[in-house]
Design a protein. Structure first.
Length: 127
C-alpha cells in the first residue's frame, strides 16, 4: 500500500491504531525534506517532520479527515484514540463498531483499507 495525502484511510479492526499510525508516518515521510529523513534500524527511510507540507488546509485534512478506524472493544478504541493523538493526529476518527456485523456498511467511503490478514480470514468465513 502507498497511502497518499488526500485519501481516506480505514482500518476496520484497528486495535491500538498501529496501521493508521504507520500510514500517517508514511505520508509524513513523503513530505519531509531529504536532509530531515533518517534510516531506521530495519533499513526503512522515515521522516516525521512533514516540512514540505506548508498548506494549513492540507495539514487539517491530514490530521482530522484522513484516518478512520473501528473496533468492537471499548478499551482498544480508547488506546487507539490516545495513540494517534500522542503522535500528532489531533482529531482521530476511531469508533466503537463491529465491522463484521451485517449492519455495518461503508461501501465506497474509503480510498485505502488497511487490515490485519486475520480480519480477511474472518470476513471470508462470515460471508
Amino acid at each position: 500500500m502507498n497511502p497518499r495525502l488526500g485519501e481516506s484511510i480505514c482500518d476496520p479492526a484497528c486495535g491500538t491504531g498501529g496501521f493508521l499510525l504507520g500510514a500517517y508516518q508514511h505520508i509524513l515521510t513523503q513530505y519531509t525534506s531529504d536532509n530531515r529523513r533518517f534510516t531506521d534500524e530495519n533499513g526503512f527511510v522515515k521522516g516525521t517532520f512533514g516540512d514540505k507540507l506548508t498548506n494549513d488546509k492540507l495539514w487539517k485534512q491530514l490530521k482530522e479527515n484522513t484516518f478512520f478506524g473501528y473496533d468492537f472493544d471499548n478499551t482498544m478504541v480508547r488506546i487507539g484514540l490516545m495513540n494517534l493523538m500522542l503522535h500528532g493526529i489531533s482529531q482521530p476518527n476511531i469508533d466503537l463498531r463491529d465491522t463484521l456485523s451485517k449492519k455495518f456498511n461503508e461501501d465506497n467511503r474509503y480510498d485505502v483499507i488497511l487490515a490485519n490478514p486475520l480480519l480477511k480470514v474472518a470476513l471470508t468465513k462470515a460471508i
